[in-house]
Design a protein around this ligand. Sequence first.
Ligand code: NAD
Length: 467
Amino acid sequence: MAFDITINGAPHPVRASFAVHDPATGGIAGDAPNADLADLDRAVAAAREAFPGWARTPDADRQQACRAIARALGDHAEELAQILTREQGKPLNGLGSRWELGGAQAWAAATAELPLAPKVIQDDASGRVVLYRKPLGVVGSITPWNFPVMIAVWHILPALRSGNTVVIKPSPLTPLATLRLVQLMNGLLPPGVVNIVTGDDRDVNLGAAMAAHPDIRKIVFTGSCATGQKVMQAAAPTMKRLTLEMGGNDAGIVLPDADPAAIAEGLFWGAFINNGQTCAAMKRLYVHDSIHDAVCDALVAFARQIPVGPGLDEGSILGPVQNRMQFDKLSHLVADAAAKGRVLLGGAPGEGLFFPPTIIAGLQNGDPLVDQEQFGPALPVIRYHDLDEAIRAANDSPNGLGGSIWTGDPEAARALALRLECGSVWINAHGAIRPDVPFGGVKQSGLGVEFGEEGLAEYTDLQAVFG
Ligand code: NAD
C-alpha cells in the first residue's frame, strides 16, 4: 500500500519514502512519501494561491463541500477503515476503525451546519455595528497517531467551512489513511484547498517547519504536551493563531451512592477506549472506600470478557498498542505500579505490541502510573475516604482535559463538576464528545477549543464594522 502526497490537486512525486509498520504483526503496512522542506514550501504556496478564491466562495457552497466530504467518508468508510486498522492497530470492530469512520462522517456533516453568520451588535437609528468572521489564510494541521482520520476531519473541516485553505501533516506512524482521505477530498474541492505532506521526522521535521512557516497563519495541533509547547515557541515570531489539543490525565471519581454493576461498562470504556490511547480517556479512577472493592470487582469482571487480538480479526474488540515507544513507556509504568499496588487484572506485557487490559489498585497520587499520562490500557485505582480529598487529588495535575463523576444523584454531581479543573466534565460517562459542544483543555492540556460555534470561530479573524 502506497499513496502520493497531494499538492495543488494532483499527486506530487517525492523520491524517498519510509515504511509504516503494522502494530499487530510488526510487518510493513505500507509506504509513505518522505517529503522535504521544498515539498512543504510547494504545498504552502499552493494553499496560499488557492486561498483568495476559496475565501470568496459563498458559505452556502462551502457548506455543500463539507456535506460532500461527509458523503465521501461514508462511501469510502470500509476502504479507509481497513487502511486505518493496518497502520494504527485498532480493531475494525468495537470502538475501532469503523466507529472512527462513522465519527469522522458525522463530524464532517455537523461542521457543515454550524452557525457562521455575521453578528449584529447594534442596528438602529443611532448606529450599526456588525461583527464578521473572516478566514485567516493557510491553516497548518498537525495530527497524532491515535485517531488519525477523525482528528484530520476535526482539523480540516472547520478550516474549509470558514474559508481557509489547508496543509495537513499526519504522524509518521499513521500517515496512510490521511493520504487517501486527502486524495478523496481533492476529488471534491478546487486545487490547492487541501494539501498534504508526510515525512518520517528524522532528518527533517515538517511539523516544526510548519509551526515556523511565515506563510501559515494558524496551526491546529493535536499531540503531546511537549510537542505542543515547541509549536507555541516556534509560532511566536509570526504570531500564528493556535489551537493546541494536548495530553490529559483525566480523573474519574466514584461517589459512595453509585451502583458498581451499573457503571462498570461505562468506566471500562471511559478508560480503555482505543486501548487507552485517547487524550480524554479516564487515566485514574478515585473510588470511595465504602464501594471500592465492589467497583473493582465489577470493572474487572467486565474487562475480562473483552477480546484482545489483531485488529483485522472481526472478533477483536481491542488491539495492540500502536508503537514501541508507547509500549515501553506503558510497560515501565505498569511494572512500577505492580510493585507498589495490587494487580487486579493483566499487569504484564503480551506478545509483540499486545498489552492486556490492566487494572491496578492500592495506588495513590505520587505514584508514576497515577501522575503521568500512561496513554495505554492500564488503569490505576485510588481509594479515597473524603470527597474533598478526592477532588483535591483529581485537580493535583498540570493537565486539565476532562473528568467524570459517577453517582446515583446526577443533580448533586452537577455542583461538584464545577469544582473540577478541566475543560469537560461528564456525569456517569467519560469522554463523550459531540460536534456541537466545544472541547478543549485547561491548564497545560491545551489552548483554545475545537467543535461547535466556538471551535469554528478559532479559524477566523474577527472584524467589527461600525456604521
Ligand atoms: P506527538 O506530540 O509526538 O506528535 C504529534 C504530531 O506532532 C505528529 O504529527 C508529529 O510528527 C508532530 N511533531 C513532532 N515534532 C514536532 C515539532 N517539533 N513541531 C511540530 N510538530 C511536531 O504526539 P503523539 O505521540 O502522536 O500523540 C500522543 C499524544 O497526543 C498524547 O499525549 C495525547 O494525550 C495527545 N493527544 C491529545 C488529544 C487532544 O485532543 N487533547 C488528542 C489526541 C492525542
